[in-house]
Design a binder for this molecule. Sequence first.
Ligand SMILES: *[C@@H]1O[C@H](CO)[C@@H](O)[C@H](O)[C@H]1NC(C)=O
Ligand SMILES: *[C@@H]1O[C@H](CO)[C@@H](O)[C@H](O)[C@H]1NC(C)=O
Ligand SMILES: *[C@@H]1O[C@H](CO)[C@@H](O)[C@H](O)[C@H]1NC(C)=O
Length: 419
Amino acid sequence: MRLLLSLVLFIFLSYDSLAAPTALRPQRRTRSFRVERAKRSEYIPNGPNALAKAYRKFGLAPTTFIDVDLNDFEAYKVAKSAVSTSTDSSDDDQTGEVAAKSVNSDVEFISTVTIGGQDIPMDFDTGSADMWVLNSNMDSSYTTGHTVYNPSSSTTYKAVTDSSFEISYGDNSWAKGTVCRDTVSIGGASITNQAIGLPSTVSTSFVSDTNSNGLLGLGFSSMNTFKPGPQKTFFDNIASDLEEPVFTSLLRSDGVGEYEFGKIDSSKHTGSLVNVSVDSSNGYWQFDSAFFAVGDGSLQTLTGSVKTAIADTGTSLMLVPTQMLEAYYGSRWWLRLPCKEDLPNLTVALGDKYQATIPGSLINFEEIGTNTTTGEKVCYGGVQSSSGSSMMIFGDVFLKALFVVFDQRGPSLAFASPA
Ligand SMILES: *[C@@H]1O[C@H](CO)[C@@H](O)[C@H](O)[C@H]1NC(C)=O
Ligand SMILES: *[C@@H]1O[C@H](CO)[C@@H](O)[C@H](O)[C@H]1NC(C)=O
Ligand SMILES: *[C@@H]1O[C@H](CO)[C@@H](O)[C@H](O)[C@H]1NC(C)=O
């Protein structure tokens, strides 16, 4: 029944209001366009922090784990590099002591977005629908070390009155401020009057992350947080002008990848694409995934209530229920395992007919320290607990194994092995 398929993006003068999403003006069809997804320079990966970030984003309470013996664990110490000038000292991105060299060397990715003619490296995030950018109106304590958008030097900037945005991820990480419109270009294709959040303040995690200067949400516009009403994402604004209403993501495990908008480039994948229907009612690229297998083992059914997953380019890890963690890592503590260990492949269902296998080598996430009893290097796994979430979150660990088509038709997701 289930096939075993190996499947190894106005103005100048007056003020606009945000009452309704803006309609696109008729324009020529846009050819497809591409944007590189680059590894962040000098980024030090930190698995536990990546997990904490995901928990905040989805408002999850971290699971309390009790069976770990920390007496014989010594974490690598890394100098805190960052600019921690904001007063939000509760943010735990700042407190990470553990970090290390990456086993896979590619943890977060940034791409260049042009706003009002200014090139700004940003994160593309299919798990949210707000576009916001650090900007020159903010106090410099928030923006030191960042590339910021300067509204006053953009000739296409338009203020929007009576508007605001406030996005909060869980309870610690947030950005809030006003909304403007400006021309946004990616890979040469432009949307005028794109709604953009201009935070006046952001939480420390966004301050310390000097590689990224904002987020470009590529989830469904229904979850946009702008007030007084949701605004369309860049993709929703441009989709009807594209040859095909799609964007594709290709993350190569050497750290370089790309997003392409408007066409499915068959030279980027091998074998055929499998098409899985998407439930967009929560605003996410959400699909059924009720089965999994470990290594060569047979398919197991998820017995809990969680039987769906979202494809989230804004999360580094892959977050799954305990049942899957125990089947995968065994009863052993999955936060820390000897690095030399070969991890098995992990297969997850894509809808009810297909499955994708994530190579174990992509799951061994990073070295985080030393086991002082054995002297062994200790590693952090890229598959972690979804901690009571009603859906699984399949981030870069999953996406790196695949060529993925985010398709408005359906909507749907299509998957294939990268070429
Ligand atoms: C260190 O190794 C010992 C012996 O294998 C093991 O019992 C212990 O749990 C390990 N500690 C950590 C933090 O991995
Ligand atoms: C993982 O899957 C790949 C491709 O299917 C296979 O070549 C490899 O042997 C598998 N690794 C393990 C540890 O099973
Ligand atoms: C996936 O299926 C939908 C209909 O369910 C279709 O409109 C879309 O074109 C398909 N996508 C691909 C890449 O084949």
